[in-house]
Design a binder for this molecule. Structure first.
Ligand SMILES: Nc1ncnc2c1ncn2[C@@H]1O[C@H](COP(=O)(O)OP(=O)(O)O)[C@@H](O)[C@H]1O
Ligand SMILES: [Mg+2]
Length: 159
């Protein structure tokens, strides 16, 4: 696991950008963290790393939004998922096992649709006086362990 403290939203975007640049076709990135922790901010960075030109907005009601970039970005936000079945209706497999990059906010709700291999990013609030975020990144499967190693080469401090 790779743990970093990110002091500002800009640093969070820099991490996202690095993730976007490191991503390969078919990669799945799961985001966990409470409301306001920075998942969408991170996704905006990922979009930047993938050269997505459109503005990223939360896919609140339709649960998924697709964007074109150097690779397609499939942005899920499962906050409003009521039943797991909805994922079947969305045709989630087309995305998870497609050639774009899947990013899922509230991945904690995936439960038995959890893919076998993925990059997991867990965001928590800094402790005490710290206003930033603690971010734990772990790779599940060989591809994603390598992904984590690549992320260690970037610098995420914007100042
Ligand atoms: N590393 C960080 N340090 C401080 N504030 C952050 C950080 N990352 C994101 N934020 C801020 O947290 C707020 C919520 O971010 P957002 O990405 O919308 O959260 P979520 O999608 O998890 O609900 C925004 O105001 C954002 O600028
Ligand atoms: Mg969000």
């Amino acid at each position: 696991m790779y743990s970093i403290y990110l002091g500002t939203p800009e640093d969070m975007e820099l991490l996202g950008e690095a993730i976007g640049k490191t991503a390969r076709p078919g990669d799945i990135i799961l985001l966990e963290g409470s409301l306001g922790s920075g998942k969408t901010t991170l996704t905006k960075g990922i979009a930047k790393g993938l050269d997505v030109q459109d503005e990223i907005t939360s896919p609140t009601f339709n649960l998924i939004k697709q964007y074109g970039g150097s690779l397609d970005l499939y942005h899920f936000d499962l906050y409003r998922l009521e039943e797991e079945k909805e994922l079947l209706h969305l045709g989630y497999e087309e995305y998870f096992y497609g050639n774009g990059v899947t990013v899922i906010e509230w991945a904690d709700y995936l439960d038995h649709y959890l893919p076998e291999e993925y990059l997991l990013v867990r965001i928590t609030y800094g402790k005490g006086e710290e206003v930033g975020r603690e971010v734990d990144i772990s790779g599940h499967g060989a591809r994603y362990k390598e992904f984590v190693e690549e992320l260690k080469y970037y610098d995420y401090s914007g100042d």
